[in-house]
Design a protein around this ligand. Structure first.
Ligand code: THU
Length: 310
């Protein structure tokens, strides 16, 4: 028995299946092992949406349910020293994991493993507030999910893209983007939408373009009384990034107030194709936050690019 089996996985207000509990145990152990922290352990509680919603409110002041919360032991009451090796607590909502798994086309167990690894990395000191830190955390997260036994859960596909996409070749060839990154970019595109200047159409659009440097460039649509000079949110984001010296991009998210997933117009697709590769993932977001993933190559097949002028 390894030391990490001290990690206690329990349930609160929720009856988890043995397979779910086992996926969480395996993920906690694999994360600890990969991070050379086998002597450390955590307490992981699987619960329902209501319980995690309450905790999210109490501890983070966020009035909605979430998928995973981590409480590092060293951030607690300093008078109550944590026991030796104790990393802290992780709370996971199984119904959320189930819904996310469905959305992404993989099992609840695989999503639970992903959330457990995420929580364990937080307890081990990783964070994703700063883009550089985030890059590091994501690369560890990806590496751990590709290790056995997690790979057997579908862990090697940190590419959560497959589920949401159609099965065309260009989409299959899409660059990897994980669920965590997708959520972050959707949030940023929604923030960008707030800045839309749309006195004529009243149709707000927000875009978030992630550069290979790790920086995010946000754009909104900016309209004009003479209509045709109007610039779309996507092009605002691209041009800001190009001006800043960026030349390589990893992903784009676009949202509007439409209940349909917002798709870039033809002109923006052409502009994007100048700078972004056909395998770049594009996240098309609806007003309720649902999204669809598609590659730029699928949005604009046979794009006319500099290669065509040779
Ligand atoms: N719009 C965008 O910002 N992006 C798109 O890809 C589609 C259209 C904007 C332009 C205009 O301000 C409004 O939506 C209505 O066309």
């Amino acid at each position: 028995m390894t030391e990490t089996e001290k990690t206690l996985v329990s349930t609160e207000n929720f009856e988890a299946t043995e397979a779910q509990l086992e996926a969480v145990r395996l993920a906690a152990r694999t994360a600890a092992q990969a991070e050379n922290a086998l002597e450390r352990y955590a307490s992981i509680v699987l619960t329902d949406d209501e319980t995690i919603h309450r905790l999210n409110c109490d501890y983070r002041g966020v009035d909605r349910p979430t998928d995973v919360l981590s409480f590092p032991a060293d951030e607690g009451d300093e008078l109550l020293a944590p026991p030796d090796g104790f990393l802290g607590d992780i709370m996971i909502s199984v119904p959320r994991a189930e819904a996310q798994g469905k959305e992404l086309g993989h099992s609840t167990e695989r999503e639970l493993a992903f959330l457990t690894v995420h929580g364990m990395l937080h307890l081990l000191g990783y964070d994703h507030i700063d883009p550089e830190d985030e890059k590091e955390m994501l690369s560890h997260q990806r590496a751990i999910m590709s290790l056995e036994p997690l790979a057997a859960l579908g862990g090697e596909k940190t590419n959560e893209t497959e589920a949401n996409t159609e099965s065309s070749e260009s989409v299959k060839a899409m660059k990897e983007i994980n669920g965590f990154e997708i959520k972050k970019m959707i949030g940023l595109a929604q923030e960008a939408r707030e800045r839309a200047y749309v006195p004529y159409s009243k149709f707000r659009v927000g875009a978030c373009l992630k550069a290979a440097s790790g920086a995010y460039y946000l754009g909104c649509n900016i309209e004009n009384a003479s209509y045709s000079p109007t610039v779309c949110a996507e092009r605002t984001a691209v041009f800001k990034a190009i001006y800043e010296g960026e030349r390589e991009f990893e992903a784009l998210a676009v949202c509007s107030d439409s209940k349909n997933c917002t798709s870039p117009c033809g002109v923006c697709r052409q502009v994007l194709s100048e700078f972004c590769s056909p395998d770049m993932p594009v996240i098309l977001v609806s007003s309720t936050g649902e999204y669809r993933l598609i590659s730029l190559g699928e949005l604009l097949p046979l794009a006319f690019t500099k290669g065509d002028m040779e």
